[in-house]
Ligand binder design. Structure first.
Ligand code: CDM
Ligand code: ATP
Length: 299
């Protein structure tokens, strides 16, 4: 049986509207996801027992990523196997390019990729609905990593409606030194915004996506978690200012951070903003990527 490799993109939240904490501890969202061309690759092959390896860019080891059964990719394989009476005896290798704990849904991406890869390896032919159901069990961002493109996520972000997008948008991502814990950022949000109103998607933003109008998109992107992320990681303000000074049309924290995202007018201005951010000394690394791109796909 040949190994199966699945490529899966990162996401940026072009709108992240957050409501008050629910009794189950999650927050209702109006979460407008866009999949962007920064990818992890997950390879699965049959093995005597479940085993996991992970390398980062340049084949470097990534000590922050757990290699036990708590890894979201291992949990995805285990859950698909459980539902189909299959022991998850697979070796999973994650080639990681999505920043870890960066607010770009890296772990979620690996979970969606492992699910699609094991489904192909085992020939389980799970329906799209079953895969989405497993994704939602694994985490709020995981269903979007499966479908990719652009989508509005409601509930805790797991209920998706696909969105039409009328073009490609160019982004620059500034990677920060260190990560932010998603639950900690939501807790800080609760502290800063104890009476948050019910979240709603912005009609102007959805229209900008539909028409591919980058200037209107830049004027309408928002992230309700940004004040919380900046409160926990104040140095990100300098990165946002550096990208804005370099000509980015919009600058915002990506999801729960600490990656910051800069919308550029086109590919050439994205490269200019990227060069300026690299020179600014306000971030660890800089990447350029466009979206939308498809979700988890067998290569
Ligand atoms: C910040 C985002 O990345 C934006 O897309 C997501 O909302 C986070 O999605 P995720 O990492 O898949 O989150 P999950 O693994 O489902 O939940 C992790 C923790 O984040 C918080 N959480 C997550 C999603 C949500 N709608 N409300 C929350 O309060 C909860 O404390 C939860 O225990
Ligand atoms: N496959 C995985 N890749 C990375 N981290 C993982 C993985 N599985 C579990 N984790 C754990 O999850 C934590 C969050 O990592 P992840 O890269 O998913 O964060 P994130 O991109 O900020 O998530 P999100 O944007 O969905 O909130 C890590 O610190 C790590 O302990």
């Amino acid at each position: 049986m040949k190994p199966v490799t699945v490529r899966v993109p990162a996401k940026v939240n072009v709108q992240l509207a957050v409501g008050a904490a629910r009794p189950d501890g999650f927050h209702d969202l109006a979460n407008v996801f866009l999949a962007v061309g920064l990818y992890d690759e997950v390879t699965v092959e049959r093995a005597p027992a479940l085993a996991l390896t992970c390398t980062g860019p340049g084949d470097d080891p990534l000590p922050e990523v757990p290699l036990d059964r708590t890894n979201l990719a291992a949990r995805a394989a285990t859950e698909l196997g459980r539902r189909h009476g299959i022991e998850p005896d697979v070796r999973i290798h994650i080639a990681k390019d999505i920043p870890v704990a960066g607010g770009m849904a890296g772990g979620s991406a690996d979970a969606a990729a492992a699910l699609v890869a094991c489904d192909a390896l085992w020939g389980t032919h799970a329906s799209r609905d079953e895969l989405l159901d497993i994704c939602a069990e694994l985490g709020s961002d995981v269903p979007f990593s499966l479908v990719g493109g652009a989508a509005l996520g409601t509930g805790r972000g797991e209920k998706l409606v696909p969105l039409d997008v009328g073009g490609q948008f160019w982004w620059v991502f500034a990677l920060a030194d260190g990560g932010l814990s998603t639950p900690a950022v939501y807790r800080e949000f609760d502290r800063l915004s104890p009476h948050a109103p019910a979240p709603a998607a912005s009609p102007a933003l959805l229209d900008a996506l539909r028409t591919g109008d980058v200037h209107t998109l830049a004027a309408t992107v928002t992230n309700d978690l940004q004040p919380a992320a900046l409160s926990l990681f104040p140095a990100l303000k300098d990165t946002l200012a550096a990208g804005t000074a370099a000509g980015a049309l919009a600058a915002l924290v990506s999801g729960s951070g600490p990656t910051t995202a800069f919308l550029a007018a086109d590919a050439a201005s994205a490269e200019n903003v990227a060069d300026a951010l690299r020179a600014s000394g306000t971030c660890r690394a800089v990447r350029v990527a466009a979206g939308p791109v498809p979700g988890a796909t067998v290569v």
